[in-house]
Design a protein around this ligand. Sequence first.
Ligand code: 13P
Length: 332
Amino acid sequence: MTAELDAIAQKMVADGKGILAADESTSTIKKRFDSIGVESTEDNRRDYRELLFRSEGMKKYVSGVILYDETIRQKAKDGTPLVSLIQAAGAVPGIKVDTGAKPLPFCPGETITEGLDGLAGRLKEYYDLGARFAKWRGVIDIGAGIPSYPAVRANAHALARYAALCQEAKIVPIVEPEVLMDGDHDIDTCYRVTEWVLKTVFEELYYQRVRHEGMVLKPNMVVPGKKSAKKASVDEVAEKTVRLLKTCVPSVVPGIAFLSGGQSDEEATAHLDAMVKLGDLPWKLTYSYGRALQAAPQKAWSGKAENVAAAQAAFTHRAHMNSLAALGQWST
Ligand code: 13P
């Protein structure tokens, strides 16, 4: 079982490939569709995701796709399960299994991610549907007096409980503790909070006996808050993020696949490239982007069948740029 898990984790971070986060919940994809003037119907959601999975970029640059419960059960227009399209492109199907971030008692403005109850049974079903990895996102916000100890501890504990359940079900856990980039904090505040979060997450993973070789970490990069007056250069983000990860992430973890978290498409690519270019890294670094891979194809598609080829080209381009970045070969 451990060999199987480790092999999947390694495939997810294969050279020059990364993960497509297409696991937007029904309410999140509705927001994305609203912004391009597309009605969020089951068929439109299927058509959009089908076009991504049939694109050239899928075969060349995508190691795995994170799906939402609805999508893992959907069939393409011609009746082929979407999971089969992903497998045919050589990628691993994955599934988001948390049920969202809910208010944490006595911690105003903070959340705990839910979804542990009944998870063992759901993982079994997802395995039968073809999922070989899963994702769970804990959310940590930076603000006046937050994050609090209970929020950091509870989210790290839930991530570790989820990861252990996944590994028992022969599913590789993507462990995603996201420190949000909302707010006006500077880059060093992001560094300190992310360090606290990652240290706590790896402590909890240890206590829950999670096998580090059979997991993938999905962290935020170390960046200033979006409303911070102090911007950071690409080199500063790269240097601080790599220094932090070397401080916190055991070297037997096969790979780290970043979230884009609201960075622009090009920033997300440039930051990854600069980190890989630093060299001397114990783990693979790659992307597990949602918005930074999909904003361009969504805009190009705009819900029209005649735009499918243009949307696929836009997706392939972003995936190609991020693939180059994961190899440290991207340039503007
Ligand atoms: P973004 O890259 O848009 O942050 O999404 C990645 C993801 O899966 C968030 O949970």
